[in-house]
Design a protein around this ligand. Structure first.
Ligand SMILES: [Zn+2]
Length: 106
């Protein structure tokens, strides 16, 4: 169990699946760089902002920039934000796991 309450097996599985940001698609780095931009650091993300949903469908990894932009917004709201607009992030460009979440929770 890591400090976000994610069991080891799930952590491993998601790390192997989500090598690029599930939202913007950039390659992510594991370590916080000593200097330089930290936007590409991998962070844990709950697609639905509910820490009690610890499933392979809801736990993903995204870059620090997307994570801080999304914050507490719902996925659907966030996809309409100027951050997503500017970067061309939409329901059609996000990773499979996110598209699936949109479909199920629509
Ligand atoms: Zn991102």
């Amino acid at each position: 169990m890591n400090r976000w309450g994610i069991p080891d097996w799930l952590e491993k599985e998601v790390k192997e699946r989500d090598k690029t940001c599930v939202y913007c698609g950039i390659p992510m780095t594991e370590q916080m760089p000593r200097r330089g931009p930290r936007k590409a650091v991998a962070t844990w993300e709950h697609i639905i902002n509910d820490a009690s949903i610890v499933t392979r469908e809801n736990i993903t990894r995204c870059c620090a920039a997307c994570n801080s932009s999304k914050g507490t917004k719902t996925l659907a709201d966030w996809l309409r934000s100027s951050y997503c607009n500017k970067r061309g992030i939409s329901k059609d460009t996000v990773a499979q796991v996110v598209r699936e979440a949109l479909r199920v929770n629509a």
